[in-house]
Design a protein around this ligand. Structure first.
Ligand SMILES: Cc1cc2nc3c(=O)[nH]c(=O)nc-3n(C[C@H](O)[C@H](O)[C@H](O)COP(=O)(O)OP(=O)(O)OC[C@H]3O[C@@H](n4cnc5c(N)ncnc54)[C@H](O)[C@@H]3O)c2cc1C
Length: 478
């Protein structure tokens, strides 16, 4: 199988490292060990720290070492060490990203937050928690749930993804439709910024309008402005009940009309997800006969037990007006089975050919049908099977082109198809990413949707934070 490098990677040349034409001094790992201790440096870097989920499209990086600091002070010392020596640093959370964001493309060090996994404080009566960046998404959600609370952001790889990575990508998930993306739940951040300073913005606050919104600037910055070391998160009381309902439709026309009807009706489900025909064929649910259906919508009604039951009934009635069938799983087991199946869709789709090139474009809700249909047409034009699923209520597609990773021609065709997809998003008034970020794989695409003046401001922010361009170089800006 041909292995694709992730970009202009470090090349070892004698005793030096080469970065964009400059020969750099070799990394002295004993100096890093003096900062983080012998257990905190992995040299050579284990292969799993050089990839993320884009590995299924053969993206890999190279680094000189992996560093695992255990405290904010150690993160600051490592970044200062890098800044003094012109060593690139790539922050890494759980490695579940779909944009190649944590894949090191210019060598140097991968700074992994795995050891920063402490809950610093938790005040259930005040609905707030302060956690270090390496705490997993699932752990925060579990802690909240055990105390009758909810941390709503639910990106699909929660057992592995970290809060730091969720903040760095401003991750969403099915429940973002009602509750918003990760940034909506972050009231304060602790971060280390070049050349190695600790900054704290916000805190255990419910409101803060002083100053420019540096917190929001760091949220979604994909490790290019600073390293998130801890966050104060807002929680809410958990809903008493959450009851899903599935509508099966003939195709995108009926399905997308039903989605718009839900929004227009004023009903407020917690999720509003969709699967197109190709996805239904790749990931047919074991608990429901979907043969004959060309589109599925999953809505979840939450609230008090009575509210959830009433809302689900209204959603069932609304779907029934145009659906081929409506399925409302009863009981915790059947509901858990439905969501387990939904979470496994990406892997079922990968299983069709062994790989997929998937992009998370977002479009205005009234253009969703076109985006769903055009995804398939773009794939066909490039000789590839294509399908999509995603967060319908947010107009957010996971448009996927199925590839055999051992076929370089298919990877090239998928890359060309992705270009057409980004052009489609721009044409429909959308954006190139609704969830996963720009990272490495959407390098250069932002200019499709932003005017030059906005791009220049964007680049200026990066220069201000990171004048040496050592923090996650090659990402986000391009
Ligand atoms: C099965 C599956 C389902 C998914 N579903 C969703 C979904 O529904 N919604 C969604 O939004 N995403 C989804 N994702 C993508 C992914 O889980 C999210 O992007 C997640 O937020 C990445 O977190 P991570 O800790 O794995 O970050 P990584 O992949 O390690 O890194 C992602 C980016 O964040 C940066 N970064 C990581 N940690 C830090 C830090 N502490 N400080 C600064 N920068 C940092 C990295 O440099 C990189 O640019 C899914 C992924 C999988 C595999």
């Amino acid at each position: 199988m041909e292995e694709r490098d992730a970009g202009p990677l470090i090349r070892r040349a004698g005793t030096g490292r080469r970065r964009r034409g400059f020969i750099l001094r070799p990394i002295r790992t004993e100096e890093l060990i003096s900062i983080v201790g012998p257990g905190g440096v992995l040299d050579p870097p284990p292969a799993q720290y050089l990839v993320d989920q884009t590995e299924s499209r053969s993206v890999r990086g190279r680094a000189d070492a992996v560093v695992l600091p255990a405290s904010t002070a150690e993160v600051a010392a490592v970044l200062a060490w890098c800044y003094e020596r012109d060593v690139p640093l790539t922050p890494r959370g759980g490695g579940t990203g779909y944009a190649g964001g944590c894949v090191p493309v210019e060598g140097g060090i991968v700074l992994a937050l795995d050891r920063m996994d402490r809950v610093r404080s938790f005040d259930p009566p005040l609905w707030r928690i302060e956690v270090e960046a390496g705490v997993t998404t699932a752990e925060v959600r579990r802690r909240a749930r055990e105390n009758g609370l909810q941390f709503p952001p639910d990106p699909g790889a929660g057992e592995q993804s970290q809060i730091g990575g969720n903040i760095a990508t401003n991750a969403g998930g099915p429940h973002a439709f009602k509750y918003g993306v990760t940034g909506a739940w972050v009231t304060g951040l602790e971060a280390v910024v070049p050349p190695g300073e600790v900054v704290r913005v916000g805190g255990a606050l419910r409101k803060d309008v002083a100053g420019y919104d540096l917190r929001s600037l760091l949220i979604g910055s994909e490790g290019t402005l600073g390293i998130v070391t801890a966050a104060w998160l807002r929680l809410v009381p958990a809903p008493e009940a959450a009851l899903p309902v599935v509508g099966l439709f003939a195709g995108p026309a009926d399905g997308c009309a039903a989605i718009e009807d839900v929004v227009a009706s004023g009903l407020q489900p917690a999720t509003l997800e969709y699967l197109d025909e190709g996805t239904l064929r790749a990931a047919a649910p074991p608990f429901l006969d979907v043969s004959g259906a060309g589109f599925a919508v999953i809505a979840e009604a939450d609230g008090s037990a009575a509210e959830a039951v009433a809302l689900r009934r209204e959603l069932e009635d609304l779907f029934a007006a145009s659906a081929l069938g409506v399925h409302a799983p009863a009981g915790p087991g059947a509901i858990a089975e439905l969501w387990r199946w939904r979470e496994g869709i990406t892997f079922a789709v990968i299983g069709r050919r062994g790989g997929k090139v998937s992009e998370d474009i977002v479009v205005p809700l009234d253009r969703l049908r076109e985006a769903v249909e055009e995804t398939v047409a773009i794939g066909r034009a490039h000789g590839l099977d294509a399908c999509s699923w995603g967060h319908a209520g947010d107009g957010n597609l996971h448009s996927s082109f199925l590839v055999d990773r051992s076929e370089p021609a298919q990877l090239d065709a998928a890359a060309a198809a992705a270009e057409d997809l980004f052009a489609l998003a721009a044409r429909l008034g959308g954006s190139i990413s609704g969830e996963h970020g720009v990272g490495l794989v959407k390098d250069g695409q932002l200019r499709r949707v932003w005017p030059p003046a906005a791009l220049e401001l964007h680049a200026g922010v990066k220069r201000l934070f990171d004048p040496k361009n050592l923090l996650n170089p090659g990402k986000k800006l391009g």
